[in-house]
Design a protein around this ligand. Structure first.
Ligand SMILES: Cc1cc2nc3c(=O)[nH]c(=O)nc-3n(C[C@H](O)[C@H](O)[C@H](O)COP(=O)(O)OP(=O)(O)OC[C@H]3O[C@@H](n4cnc5c(N)ncnc54)[C@H](O)[C@@H]3O)c2cc1C
Length: 422
């Protein structure tokens, strides 16, 4: 009996030990497999991050190597009407046939135009409207009509020159791409791109760049136009939306005609606004990029902030001075409010600074003092003016900080009494 007890105790002990060993081994194996998986994931992540950084360094290097100073000659390789012909796209090839630097989607080109009957060249900026290519750039330009309340005035000089005079084969002077409004294509953050009218150009460049890079990042593209007659790049946008599941297109017509079909031509009747975004987006957790007419920009800026979108996720480009003026706050609001005197020495005029006006450029223009300007956003350098005495402060970040002794008047305000060589 005792033997039987001993044998069964031995069997139980052996079996329990075997089970323990099996469980222990299994757990160990599971733990090491887990570890291997984790480190594999970590290694993959590290590899992806390294590849990202390398790609960034490489494109930064290419940008620096292939970029140019001053103006370079470009030939119009193609001129193509968009929508009703109120916008024309210009495909520009470098006259020297050398490869082009990879610009950042959202940036713009600065043109120096020699208009017939004008002695001084005209400087204007136009956003690149396609993704970066090595052999051509594209800009899409809307012909600016006279103001509604002054139809007797001539239409926009540069935009009319592009539409009415420039043709395939013509040569243009162009500065290298620049600008701070661009998309970082090396990250995968979900984005909302919003264009109003011809303000679609920089955000279209961003969209095309995302699609061309085969990125699967979530993209919402809102476009506000009046109706299908004025709807630029319609087929292109529709085909991108069909082919890319990560792209959500929302075309808004503020004034649809009877031929416009909701669901086919457009997705929303009305303006682009944050109420619409609240209906369509899962949350406000996106990076927002927008460009359009001043009322749309101001409304979006206010509404996005009210929705709780942090400032650093709100990015915009202004095509005109009014928008820059209203949206940009001085960096140190107190200092720009003091009573300074601005003296324009060449014009022999001394005036008390009015902080309501915006920038020194706007202030000079209000005084009837003409200072050449281009982008009015501190990037093209056209409004660089010598400071004879005093100091300025910047109300935004210039593309390149000017040397001491001069300032970009489009983006600065006085910090003391000031004498400018203008
Ligand atoms: C960074 C940036 C990117 C841009 N990208 C684009 C883009 O992609 N596509 C695009 O189409 N535009 C773009 N623009 C706008 C573009 O640079 C020009 O501002 C636009 O084409 C108008 O220039 P213009 O010379 O044709 O008009 P201007 O000659 O400057 O005239 C502007 C307006 O003033 C009116 N006017 C004429 N004479 C008078 C007068 N005596 N008094 C009062 N008003 C008068 C004109 O009728 C017109 O309505 C961009 C601007 C910036 C800053």
């Amino acid at each position: 009996m005792q033997d039987l007890f001993q044998v069964s105790a031995f069997v139980w002990f052996t079996a329990a030990t075997a089970v323990y060993v099996v469980v222990l081994t299994y757990n160990n194996l599971r733990a090491s497999a887990q570890l291997a998986r984790t480190s594999l994931l970590e290694r993959e992540e590290l590899r992806a991050r390294t590849a990202e950084i390398m790609a960034r360094i490489q494109s930064e290097q290419e940008r620096t190597e292939l970029s140019w100073n001053g103006f370079r000659k470009f030939e119009i390789a193609e001129k193509q009407p968009e929508a009703d012909g109120s916008i024309f796209s210009f495909y520009l090839k470098p006259h020297d046939s050398r490869p082009l630097p990879p610009f950042r989607p959202g940036q713009f080109l600065t043109f120096r135009l020699h208009l017939p009957d004008e002695t001084k060249p005209l400087i204007r900026c136009y956003s690149l409207s396609d993704s970066p290519k090595t052999d051509y750039y594209r800009v899409s330009i809307k012909k600016v009509p006279p103001p509604r309340d002054k139809p007797e005035l001539p239409p926009g000089r540069s935009s009319s020159f592009f539409h009415d005079h420039l043709e395939k084969g013509d040569i243009l002077d162009v500065k290298a791409p620049s600008g701070h409004f661009f998309l970082d294509t090396s990250v995968q953050t979900p984005i909302v791109l919003i264009g109003g009218g011809v303000g679609l150009t920089p955000v279209l460049s961003m969209l095309n760049a995302v699609v061309d890079s085969a990125s699967k990042r979530e993209v919402w593209f809102f476009l506000g136009v009046r109706n299908s007659i004025e709807h630029p790049m319609k087929e292109h946008l529709e085909s991108l939306a069909r082919e890319n599941e990560n792209l959500h297109l929302c075309i808004c017509y503020s004034n649809p005609t009877e031929n416009c079909v909701e669901g086919r031509d457009y997705q929303h009747g009305g303006h682009v606004g944050v109420d619409l975004m609240k209906e369509r987006l899962k949350s406000n957790n996106y990076e927002f990029y927008f460009c359009g007419p001043p009322p749309m920009m101001n409304a979006l800026d206010e509404q996005l902030k009210a929705w709780g979108v942090p400032d650093e996720r709100i990015n915009y480009e202004a095509f005109g001075p009014a928008t820059v003026k209203r949206l940009k706050e001085p960096q140190e609001p107190g200092s720009a409010q003091q009573a300074f005197t601005v003296t324009f020495t060449k014009s022999e005029k001394s005036v008390a600074w009015d902080p309501e006006v915006g920038s020194l450029l706007d202030f000079a223009e209000d005084q009837g003092i003409a200072i050449d300007s281009g982008c009015r956003a501190g990037n093209c350098g056209t409004c660089l003016t010598a400071i004879q005495s005093g100091e300025v402060e910047y109300v935004g970040t210039p593309g390149e900080m000017p040397e001491r002794g001069s300032c970009l008047v489009c983006l600065s305000v006085p910090k003391s009494d000031l004498k400018l060589d203008a």
